[in-house]
Design a binder for this molecule. Structure first.
Ligand SMILES: Nc1ncnc2c1ncn2[C@@H]1O[C@H](COP(=O)(O)OP(=O)(O)O)[C@@H](O)[C@H]1O
Ligand SMILES: [Mg+2]
Length: 271
């Protein structure tokens, strides 16, 4: 029986990701990494959480292994499993195990999507033990000194049925993220999409207007990601009205009144 090997180099972030710091999150994260504190990045969808983690992995020069969590995910999907092929049985590490072995930053994106019985497998890695038992294989892994666990968490999504247990939450330090302040968001949208700052500012103004509707008919505000999408279409020549409808209205709501309200906001700021 043999194990499938991975090359840590494949997880290195080679090119500097563009990340516009919002406050002192870069320094705070570095301090947390220095003591290998597990981190929870909290904030609404599309506000820059994943980009931030990529940037930090690059800045710290550590491999990054990202897992998009979902409710069908099992503990074995994180830890690993035996595979059968023509040469016999092989053990394949899951992403969490690989990260613990090679000293990567393991980013569990949208952790609340995973079932609680899956989430508990991170417990021994997130306290003084820093270990991971591979029960099926009969191996106990001691995490590499560089290993760190990071999770993202959207506070808007959780319900009583779908939330992290306190016993899981209290293993992490946390950083609050939100949509960037106007001037920074204008800069981000302009840099990421190629529209000029004047157009980027209009998009940001529309979003800010719409974000006030959160809780008044909209579940989530228009994210920075959607503004970047709008900008990308506009810089490819799509009419701004159409670009805004496609990216900032249609995906967000099916409610005809809410759509009218959003269309009116788009109209106001594009003129
Ligand atoms: N601070 C930032 N610096 C650079 N780009 C950003 C920033 N915040 C948001 N973005 C842009 O918004 C997009 C969505 O961000 P992402 O990190 O994927 O969101 P999240 O993980 O919070 O859902 C990114 O692809 C990037 O274009
Ligand atoms: Mg993300």
């Amino acid at each position: 029986m043999s194990d499938i090997k991975v090359d840590p180099k494949q997880y290195i972030v080679n090119d500097e990701p563009y990340y516009q710091a919002i406050a002192d999150e870069v320094e705070l994260y570095e301090a947390a990494y220095n003591v290998r504190m597990p981190m929870m990045i909290k904030g609404p969808t599309g506000c820059g959480k994943s980009r931030f983690v990529e940037y930090m992995a690059w800045k710290l020069g550590k491999p990054l292994i990202t897992v998009a969590c979902n409710e069908d995910m099992t503990a074995s999907d994180l830890i690993g499993r035996f595979l059968l092929d023509k040469d016999g049985t092989k053990w394949q590490d899951g992403p969490l195990t690989t990260a613990a072995r090679i000293g990567a930053i393991c980013y569990l994106d949208e952790i609340v999507e995973a079932r609680q019985d899956t989430t508990v497998v991170i417990h021994p890695l997130t306290d003084h033990r820093r270990s991971l038992p591979l029960d099926k294989k009969g191996e106990l892994i001691q995490a590499h000194p560089d290993f760190q666990l990071v999770i993202s968490y959207n506070p808007g999504y959780q319900s009583l049925m779908k939330d992290l247990k306190q016993s899981t939450k209290q293993r992490f330090g946390g950083l609050d993220f939100d949509y960037p302040a106007s001037e920074l968001e204008v800069e981000i949208v302009s840099k990421e999409s190629g529209v000029d700052p004047v157009m980027a500012e209009k998009l940001v103004q529309i979003a800010q207007r719409a974000r006030n509707l959160k809780g008044h008919g909209l579940d989530e505000g228009i994210s920075t990601r959607l503004l970047v999408y709008a900008g990308q279409l506009i810089s490819k020549g799509v009419a701004p009205q159409d670009a805004c409808s496609m990216t900032m209205i249609t995906p967000l709501t099916d409610d005809p009144d809410m759509r009218d309200t959003l269309h009116a906001a788009v109209q106001t700021f594009l003129n």
